[in-house]
Design a protein around this ligand. Structure first.
Ligand code: G1P
Length: 916
């Protein structure tokens, strides 16, 4: 059956455009693009999404939603929004946010409206004008940088007509006030728990109980919608109950209370057991032509006793809200300033500000609390936690070192790890859902991040810090359960003697890699288990293998063995203590294992897992650093050879690349197939990055990727070719329509890692093609329909999906700083290895402002001849105008850390690097 060609989503819309150097952008008619949303968040814990028509929810956690939870389709399907009504006496109601039955997208009974939005750091502003009515509304939403879980909304209403108007404004924000679980689970019954009362400034709801996965617990959270006018005057009356507000047969887009201009109830009224509404009716007022009235609406969540009056007094006036907005802009501007680019393409420079903030957003929101989400219950995954730190080390280094250290407490002694991550650094929660899953890639990320940290800081002692291990009911790499264990027992691993066991950070890393080395399937490649980075490769737990991630582990082990040499050279550490049990895995130091024999390897892993049961001995042994390094090197080199020989494949057309996977039927996945050529991008990325691929193999990979994965429509590389099969012996992803998400979309995270790998291999043109494709596609608003930033993926139609919360933000910033601009660390020293193309210099200059060793550097590369990459080398370096010494590396220069740390930590320093 021929598939019907659906329309392309290209209609005539204007692009957004940056209007300054502070990341502020404007977009006309934003309501004509669906699925747009903007994040608002603060450190206190408020999390919101806001759309051009003020849809999107406000919440503080999975169990604390102030407004009804909205997944992406709800943004246009639901009538619940932050509505603000202007009842014009003599003319009737008008919604200042565009949500009324008479304001339809095309010219409606109310006449034509024009709408524009401005997005800034970090606020969302909508201007809506109706010339026929002679009304204009400017609505600004933001989360103040304070210790309050509150989203503020400032509404300015202007009479743009020629006659005076009499208006009665009404804010109407539904108060859902409970767990997202209750959308289907006891939706009505949980409204019976609502205790709703009106206070001087608004409506508050504090349910008696909370029904959710935690059981029936006494509720302590209060939800409120408060408001004032510009002078801090409270609303006149209130509508605390939805059904009273909408009236029989009405709805939130045509509520009887507004349409019929009905008075609300007074402050001090209590109505329990109904769906609640933050309905605030302000005083009726005269608006002369050209005159503006201003209102402040506060949407708040309190974990403790609500301080409604204090909150209303803090934010509820024209001056207060303006002051908070200025403070909010200053805060987020500073965050986005952490790394600044000056490339001559101002749109790129400003776009990168939003990318820089994306990992910060993910630190605050986790993965779940914007309208596009996978797992919707909060938290972040283990791998995301580690990868986000890659860029947070560049942007928020003060907070991150501790986080990095604490995260090691999530490693289990069997090499697996905790998967439910709490809100506090190093807080891991026992898996109450009891899902025994092991993602085989998880053990590989901590080393990448740790290595990056060590290079930036030179803090090799970090590896020798002691940290505990994680333990819960899942034992033996989640293959068994300890039924005796309960969460009250805590999540620390104990010794047989009852002490909490601690080992060095290095030991944790060793456990993660050594267990994995022996954990192979029938092709002697590491087992895929329940999935790798690609969460959707989750149906090959028995026989599946991931050559893709075997390559990453191999590279890590080689890199760790080299770093052990540095540990010895720099700190004079010749031997370290490790847990006695690990001896089994250091087979080259004792009874060796035949690496060619997968069964022998698995047997050795089992032997290790049998050396302890629930608790460890607490005994340690001493290992010489040389021996440890040699063991890792031997293992890594064996893996390199094996991957190069066994997994590098050639198809009939003569293309060559690395096979990334074996399926649950034990078959190699990639290569020619009766349904067409099968290739994955993931299979190529880590073989390139870690130099498993030889130079010749690397060239072949790039050709094959261009041939089979490049898709001009998305301006990028697909995650895989079309397998034309719901491949149930590999993963659920193959059930997705081709070209979407983990089945063949342009998946930014892996694409950016591909670019990173290409840059590392000196394939700068090819790497640039990947990155610039993503940038071009993102800013092509007509097709991508996203605000500035990198989306998780581009769909078959080229639309950007899952905006703001994606690991690709971290990798893009990392790659742009460390590879394109080549600013990196070398065990604490500053390494400069620029890989800029001629076209990336503006008038012979390319500038990046970033931090290194707690100093702010304004680094400009001078390339007067506008030479291309490969044709220039560093000839001179000056710091604040004075020449500095450097040492040459293969691709750049190293400047000693002391030269940087001698600089004043308060000032910005000019680092000028001449390329000739
Ligand atoms: C998401 C997940 C990430 C996973 C990826 C592929 O990517 O967050 O952990 O590896 O899907 O399944 P992201 O949204 O971070 O781009």
């Amino acid at each position: 059956m021929a598939k019907r060609q659906l329309r392309d989503n290209e209609t005539d819309v204007d692009d957004w455009a940056f209007v300054d150097d502070a990341g502020t952008f404007q977009l006309d008619e934003p309501q004509r693009s669906s699925y747009l949303y903007f994040p608002l968040v603060n450190e206190a814990g408020i999390m919101s999404a806001v759309t051009p028509k003020l849809h999107g929810d406000v919440n503080a956690s999975q169990h604390e939603f102030l407004t009804p939870p909205t997944a992406v389709e709800d943004l246009h399907n639901k009538r619940t929004a932050r509505n603000f009504w202007v009842y014009e006496h003599g003319k009737g109601p008008w919604s200042a946010v565009g949500n009324s039955a008479t304001q339809i997208p095309e010219e409606g009974p109310d006449g034509a409206e024009s709408v524009s939005m401005e997005g800034g750091l970090l606020y969302h502003e909508i201007t809506r004008k109706n010339d026929d009515r002679g009304l204009k509304a400017e609505i600004t939403n933001f989360a103040p940088v304070r210790d309050d879980m509150v989203e503020l909304m400032r509404v300015r209403v202007t009479n743009t007509g020629e006659d005076a108007k009499t208006i009665t404004p009404t804010a109407a924000v539904p108060i859902y006030g409970r767990s997202a679980d209750n959308i289907r689970d006891h939706r009505h019954v949980t409204s019976l728990l609502h205790e709703t009362w009106t206070d001087e400034y608004g409506v508050l709801v504090s349910p008696t109980l909370s029904f959710d996965e935690r059981g029936h617990t006494l509720n302590e959270t209060t939800y409120g919608v408060l408001g004032t006018d510009a002078d801090g005057t409270a609303p006149e009356s209130f509508y605390p109950v939805v059904e009273d507000f909408i009236g029989e047969g009405g709805n939130l887009e045509w509520p009887e209370a507004v349409v019929e201009d009905l008075e609300g109830v007074e402050a001090g009224t209590e109505v329990d057991g109904y769906e609640s509404l933050g309905g605030l009716r302000f005083e009726t007022t005269e608006l002369e032509p050209g005159e503006t009235e201003e209102y402040v609406v506060m949407q708040a969540i309190w974990d403790e006793d609500p301080g409604a009056t204090a909150l209303a007094e803090r934010y509820g006036s024209s001056e207060a809200v303006e002051e908070e907005l200025v403070a909010c802009q200053a805060h987020w501007t500073e965050k986005s300033n952490a790394v600044e680019f000056d490339t001559g393409d101002n749109t790129f420079d400003q776009w990168m500000r939003w990318v820089t903030l994306q990992p910060v957003f993910r630190r605050l929101f986790g993965n779940s609390f914007l309208p596009y989400h996978d797992y919707g219950r909060g938290g972040r995954g283990w791998r995301d936690l580690w990868q986000d730190i890659l860029s947070l080390l560049l942007t928020e280094p003060d907070n991150v070192t501790d986080l990095l250290y604490h995260n090691f407490a999530g490693v289990r002694f069997d090499g697996s790890n905790a998967t439910i991550i709490g809100d506090e650094p190093g807080e891991f929660k026992a898996d109450r859902n009891n899902i025994p899953r092991v993602w085989m890639d998880h053990g590989a990320w901590p080393w990448l991040t740790t290595r990056f940290y060590l290079d930036l800081s030179g803090d090799l002692d970090f590896l020798l810090r002691d940290q505990q291990y994680y333990r819960d009911l899942h034992v033996n790499r989640a293959s068994e359960q300890d039924d005796e264990w309960s969460p009250e027992d805590g999540t620390e691993l104990y010794t047989d003697d009852g002490d909490v066991y601690e080992g060095t950070v290095l030991e944790h890393l060793l456990v993660q890699h050594l267990t994995q080395f022996f954990n192979v399937g029938e092709h002697n490649v590491m087992r895929l288990e329940d999935a790798d980075w690609n969460d959707a490769m989750d149906m090959a737990p028995e026989r599946g293998e991931s050559a893709a991630f075997t390559a990453l582990y191999a590279w890590n082990m080689l890199d760790m063995s080299e770093l052990l040499g540095d540990l010895q050279a720099e700190l004079g550490v010749d031997e370290i203590e490790i847990a006695q049990e690990i001896e089994t895995l250091l087979d080259t130091l004792g009874e060796s294992v035949d690496y060619e024999d997968p069964e022998a390897k698995q047997a050795r892993l089992d032997e290790y897992l049998d050396t302890w049961e629930l608790t460890v001995s607490g005994e340690t042994m001493t290992v010489a650093i040389d021996d440890l390094a040699a063991d890792l090197e031997t293992k890594a080199e064996w893996l390199y050879e094996q991957l190069r020989d066994q997994e590098f494949i050639e198809n009939e057309a003569g293309h060559q690349w690395f096979n990334g996977y074996y399926d649950d039927s034990g078959r190699r996945v990639e290569g020619d197939h009766e349904n067409g050529v099968r290739m994955t991008l993931t299979g190529q990325v880590f073989t390139l990055m870690g130099e498993v691929a030889t130079d010749e193999q690397a060239d072949a990979i790039v050709d094959a990727a261009d041939e089979y994965l490049y898709e001009p429509k998305m301006r990028g590389y697909r995650l895989n070719t079309d397998f034309e099969e719901v491949k149930t012996d590999l993963g659920r992803g193959f059930g997705f329509a081709f070209g979407h998400k983990e089945n063949g979309a342009m998946f930014s995270h892996m694409a950016v890692m591909y670019a990173n790998a290409l840059y590392r291999r000196g394939k700068v043109e090819a790497g640039h093609k990947v990155l610039s494709g993503i940038y071009e596609q993102s800013k092509d608003f007509e097709v991508s329909r996203i605000y500035p930033g990198i989306p998780e993926y581009f769909s078959e139609r080229g639309r950007g999906m899952y905006t703001f919360l994606t690991g690709s933000g971290s990798w893009l910033l990392l790659t742009t700083v460390t590879e394109v601009f080549g600013v990196k660390g070398d065990l604490g020293d500053l390494l400069l290895e620029p890989k800029l193309l001629a076209e990336q210099f503006d008038d012979g200059k390319a500038t990046i402002t970033c931090q290194f060793a707690d100093r702010r550097l304004d680094l400009t590369y001078h390339n007067a001849a506008q030479a291309g990459y490969g044709d220039y080398a560093v000839s001179e370096v000056t710091l604040n105008g004075e020449a500095v010494n450097f040492e040459r590396t293969d691709d750049g220069v190293v400047i000693e850390r002391e030269i940087v740390t001698d600089l004043d930590s308060e000032a910005v320093h000019d680092l000028d690097v001449t390329l000739e």
